[in-house]
Design a protein around this ligand. Structure first.
Ligand code: C5P
Length: 232
């Protein structure tokens, strides 16, 4: 069975919510609660560990609430995203593979989590499977003076999301590097790639968006309202 880590220890300054992003209100609930509920509903996850900011008073009602399995627990996150992953993994007990999800993607679905777990199960050679979408914008490299230096070949580009699912031993090895390297990682799959590991993509939807700015929060709210309307 899989163990799921939700990293939610970022400050989220660009959101300007006056509190850590994971606890900004989204459609009446803390942002992180949407991911917890989606992963709770996914088949094959036995435990969920959250990495949270130091002030965890906001947590009351999330991990204290009696609920059916999977069990949800929390640890204090680290100074960087990957350090938060490392701390949550250390507290996770048993469980393989390991699913890592950013609380900043509250629209994740149970189905997507199940698809990424299943993709890793199917490909015996892979160390990790990650949710991603083909890029639709043209992407250019721009130098420090604001001039374009290169246009990248769009057909080869994918925008990467979470969930990302790892064979536990591969993730533990990948995270066992100096803090400077952990600090450079904007996702955990990169840590696997750089040591020659095989990472496969699982086509996802743009609906699994990342909430960074107030605009993203508004879009997420509208999408959740539409989901609720469809469910009625
Ligand atoms: O800052 P960034 O967009 O990379 O954050 C992605 C996710 O990592 C967010 O859910 C954030 O809460 C989490 N994070 C963390 N610990 C940090 C920094 C970010 O858990 N030190």
């Amino acid at each position: 069975m899989a163990v799921a880590l939700i990293v939610a220890a970022g400050s989220g300054e660009r959101l300007g919510a006056g509190r850590p992003k994971a606890f900004a209100e989204l459609a009446g609930r803390p942002l992180v609660q949407w991911s917890i509920d989606a992963l709770r509903a996914a088949q094959g996850i036995e435990r969920i560990v959250l990495a949270l900011p130091r002030d965890r008073s906001v947590l009351r009602g999330i991990t204290d609430r009696p609920a059916p399995p999977p069990q949800v627990s929390a640890v204090e996150g680290g100074a960087t995203r990957s350090e938060s992953v490392r701390r949550a993994l250390a507290a996770a007990g048993e469980g393989d593979p390991v699913l890592v999800h950013d609380a900043a993607r509250p629209l994740v679905s149970a189905e997507l989590a199940e698809q990424v777990i299943a993709a890793l199960e199917r490909d015996r050679e892979a160390d990790a499977a990650i949710a991603a979408v083909p890029v639709t914008d043209t992407v250019k490299r721009v130098d420090g003076a604001g001039a374009v230096s290169e246009t990248l070949e769009r057909s080869e580009l994918w925008a990467v999301q979470t969930p990302q699912v790892f064979r536990r031993a591969a993730l533990e090895r990948a995270l066992d590097v100096p803090a400077e390297q952990l600090a450079r990682a904007t996702d955990d799959a990169w840590l696997i790639e750089r040591s020659g590991g095989r990472v496969i993509v699982v086509p996802a939807s743009g609906e699994n968006l990342k909430v960074t700015t107030p605009f993203d929060l508004r879009v997420a709210e509208l999408l959740l309202e539409e989901r609720a309307r469809r469910a009625r």
